[in-house]
Design a protein. Structure first.
Ligand code: AMP
Length: 285
């Protein structure tokens, strides 16, 4: 039986005697197969699985992106139940941020580049809400998608720095058949934009194949991505990045683990995707 609860108090009560380990999957709802994969992994590795559904106002830097974010709690709860989730926490905003709430968790350099540069304040909102969730749930493990590669790095840094014992687990990106990374925001794409959207994946794979062929100039890899994006008139790139896979600093020459990433606007919808590159003898990040 999946329990759906709203308050901090109910959450503590529901988890007080719950079998451990506890696995947490934080989401903003409008659940898709990417979220299902996180729930399945959490279910396989833990005795109790908690999913949170909360469209976090503090991580949105555009008001319309927040108000238009897709929501369907009944459908989300049905999906969580299908996946055998024990507890769904779907709080109202004031339950996460009670009156007088005045704390911000702000991660440093890792959170200032890429998405942090393009979306000021975004990662403060993410780190703050995830710190609250980690504290309330007291999870042994929490599951995040590679789809949001920088987010999981920022959260891992935050948990380490604040000595929060929750282990941060990264799960692979789940894609549509044509390569588009699943995302709740894909629902906003017009049919023409949806048809154009796999260009993000094609751009990343073009850079990956140049790298596999021996290219080690980061500018050449950026150009490979830009060239593919330029073939799609509906795609408006915001950034393409070839960054150090550990620090996310932009590279000149590629060596060691690398994160290829990009953000592209298709009409009013902003999509992101990424592709990690690692030499076979690189230490795992
Ligand atoms: P969101 O609801 O978009 O905030 O995402 C909640 C979690 O699901 C985050 O850890 C995301 O990285 C992860 N996620 C979103 N889309 C995907 C995907 N296509 N594949 C894997 N994980 C995903």
């Amino acid at each position: 039986m999946t329990r759906v609860i709203r308050t901090r108090e109910e959450l503590r009560e529901a988890l007080s005697g719950a079998p451990r380990p506890v696995g947490l999957v934080p989401t903003m709802g409008w659940l898709h197969d990417g979220h299902r994969a996180l729930m399945q992994r959490a279910g396989a590795e833990n005795a109790t699985t908690v999913v949170t559904i909360f469209v976090n106002p503090r991580q949105f830097n555009e008001a319309t992106d927040y108000t238009q974010y897709p929501r369907n709690e009944a459908r989300d709860v049905a999906i969580a139940a299908e996946e055998g989730v024990d507890v769904v926490w779907a709080p109202p905003v004031e339950e996460v941020y009670p009156p007088g709430f005045d704390t911000r968790v702000s991660v440093g350099a890792l959170a200032q580049v890429l998405e942090g540069g393009a979306r000021p304040g975004h990662f403060d909102g993410v780190a703050t809400v995830v710190a609250i969730l980690f504290s309330l749930v007291g999870a042994d493990r929490a599951y995040f998608g590679q789809k949001d590669a920088q987010q999981v790095m920022v959260i891992r840094r935050m948990a380490r720095d604040l000595a929060i014992g929750t282990q941060v687990v990264t799960c692979p990106t789940i894609r549509e058949r044509d390569g588009l990374a699943m995302s709740s925001r894909n629902v906003h794409l017009s049919p023409e934009e949806r048809a154009a959207a796999p260009v993000l994946r094609r751009a990343l794979l073009a850079a990956r194949s140049r790298w596999e062929a021996g290219e080690r100039s980061a500018d050449a890899l950026r150009a490979a991505m830009q060239d593919i994006l330029a073939t799609e008139p509906l795609a408006h790139p915001e950034y393409v990045s070839v960054a150090d896979g550990t620090t996310l600093g932009e590279l000149e020459a590629v060596a060691g683990p690398v994160l290829l990433s990009l953000a592209v606007r298709l009409g009013a919808t902003r999509l992101i995707d990424n592709e990690p590159l690692a030499e076979s003898n690189d230490a795992p990040g």
